[in-house]
Write a protein that binds this ligand. Structure first.
Ligand SMILES: Nc1ncnc2c1ncn2[C@@H]1O[C@H](COP(=O)(O)OP(=O)(O)OP(=O)(O)O)[C@@H](O)[C@H]1O
Ligand SMILES: [Mg+2]
Length: 210
């Protein structure tokens, strides 16, 4: 399997296991001799981390969905040009914790901004820099909420404070996207034991990126 210059993203609701499985995948990639660049959204650049703070922890709880969309897009535009494209060009495997699809799902499906506007802004932000493979970790809303709770830092961010309906739209949004683009997205049942999910992800990588 030649993974040079491949772009892999992880998506899924809060507490779905993205951080867990990024760590596990990166361990396997290193063991297979691949060089990796791992990053996260929003953030991943100095500018992007400041935008992340505005998005998740700004004192004012009031932020219009349009502002939110543009801030996510701004952070992503910077990350693509500053890190992702150069890393891909140098042959690294780029693994990103959330990317474009998070905006389609959170600001589009869940916040209900017009899908065409979201798609146009997404396209402007990243150009043709699209993931080769997107791994969607799926858990029921209740599982996601209880995992976030037991993480226990007691400091839910602005988006984590949304209600169950919001996260139901997030989950459905991801599943709809996976149906619309079955070649790029793969969905995993992340209520299964982590070892099992890890193996399934590795198998999918071989199948899809071989
Ligand atoms: N398959 C699994 N079965 C049981 N518990 C899991 C599984 N995957 C992850 N967890 C646990 O769920 C919690 C949340 O996982 P993790 O932090 O990886 O999710 P995340 O998607 O990165 O969340 P966030 O979006 O908030 O960053 C952790 O305590 C993790 O150990
Ligand atoms: Mg995480």
């Amino acid at each position: 399997m030649n993974l040079r210059g491949k772009f892999i993203t992880f998506e899924g609701s809060e507490g779905s296991g993205k951080s867990t499985h990024i760590q596990r995948l990166v361990r396997r990639l290193h063991a297979a001799g691949a060089e990796t660049f791992v990053t996260r959204e929003p953030g991943g650049t100095a500018l992007g981390e400041e935008i992340r703070h505005l998005l998740l922890h700004h004192r004012s709880a009031i932020m219009s969905p349009e502002t939110e969309l543009l801030l996510f897009a701004a952070a992503r535009a910077q990350l693509v040009r500053e890190h992702i494209l150069p890393a891909l060009q140098s042959g690294q495997v780029v693994v990103c914790d959330r990317f474009l699809d998070s905006t389609t799902v959170y600001q589009g499906a869940a916040r209900r901004l017009a899908a065409e506007s979201v798609a146009a802004i997404n396209h402007f932000a990243v150009g043709e820099c699209r993931p080769d493979l997107t791994l969607v970790l799926d858990v029921p809303v209740e599982v996601s909420q209880s995992r976030v709770r037991t993480r226990g830092d007691g400091k839910a961010d602005r988006i984590e404070r949304e209600d169950g309906d919001f996260f139901r739209r997030v989950r459905e949004g991801y599943l709809a996207l996976a149906q619309a683009e079955p070649h790029r997205l793969a969905v995993f049942d992340s209520t299964r034991p982590p070892d099992e999910v890890e193996s399934a992800i590795w198998k999918t990588l071989h199948e899809r990126l071989a």
